[in-house]
Write a protein that binds this ligand. Structure first.
Ligand SMILES: [Zn+2]
Length: 86
């Protein structure tokens, strides 16, 4: 019988929890050995760092850009014609 709850505890924003039980603060995270950085495929970037236990953790360091806004229309104040803004 496991004595520890498997339910993840809520962490403060920016903290990264490892399965070994260590929670890395944003500043502690930046001091962990960098394993790799790669694109996440949706416009962001993933950063892999090695926990003190040797496990590789990953965080999304660059959030994907917001969804492309719908084409904006610029209306000419002179003629009233609407054009798609560049
Ligand atoms: Zn760990």
């Amino acid at each position: 019988m496991p004595t520890l709850s498997q339910k993840p505890r809520p962490l403060p924003a920016g903290f990264v929890a490892c399965s070994c039980g260590v929670a890395h603060s944003p500043s502690a995270w930046s001091r962990l050995p960098l394993v790799a950085r790669m694109a996440d495929g949706v416009g962001g970037e993933l950063e892999f760092r090695s926990c003190v236990c040797g496990w590789a953790l990953v965080v999304q360091v660059a959030p994907p850009p917001p969804a492309a806004p719908a084409a904006r229309l610029a209306v000419c104040t002179a003629c009233g014609e609407a054009r798609v803004a560049a």
